[in-house]
Design a protein around this ligand. Structure first.
Ligand SMILES: [Ca+2]
Length: 139
């Protein structure tokens, strides 16, 4: 069963991953196996050496882990409109061999299945091997 913790959204909140954890970013919520779950990498984030970051990996094909995705039911759960949040930004570094088109998905999966879904209308393109990382914003 999915059980969110009590967190509140706030304007300006950021996940830095400096605590060495994945900061509640997960995959396989309903027990689906994933060959490469999110991991915290201790160096190489946007500020370089000793800047932790979250590494996501997709294995391609079909089935669990085939697509680059992750879920957060904790600090990123809430009512974005009521809380005055109008955009979300993230630093990205595509280390794979495939160009990516990224979207954000918002849903109310608890207790499930989701009855309300919303996703960013326009995918943001992350080209192959952006060397210095890149901050993208989803309006
Ligand atoms: Ca960091």
């Amino acid at each position: 069963m999915l059980t969110p913790r009590a967190f509140a959204l706030s304007v300006g909140q950021i996940d830095t991953f400096e605590d060495g954890t994945t900061q509640n970013w997960v995959v396989g919520l309903l027990g689906a196996p994933h060959a490469n779950p999110p991991i915290n990498v201790s160096s190489g984030g946007p500020s370089g050496v000793d800047d932790n970051y979250l590494r996501l990996t997709a294995v391609g094909g079909a089935g669990p882990g085939s697509r680059l995705s992750t879920i957060n039911l904790n600090q990123w759960a809430g009512d974005y409109i009521t809380d005055g949040i109008t955009a979300i930004s993230m630093d990205l570094y595509n280390q794979g061999q495939t160009d990516l088109y990224l979207r954000l998905l918002f849903a109310d999966p608890i207790p499930g299945p989701a009855t309300n879904l919303a996703f960013s209308a326009n995918a943001i393109y992350s080209c192959l091997l952006v060397v210095d990382g890149r901050r993208l914003s989803f309006p």
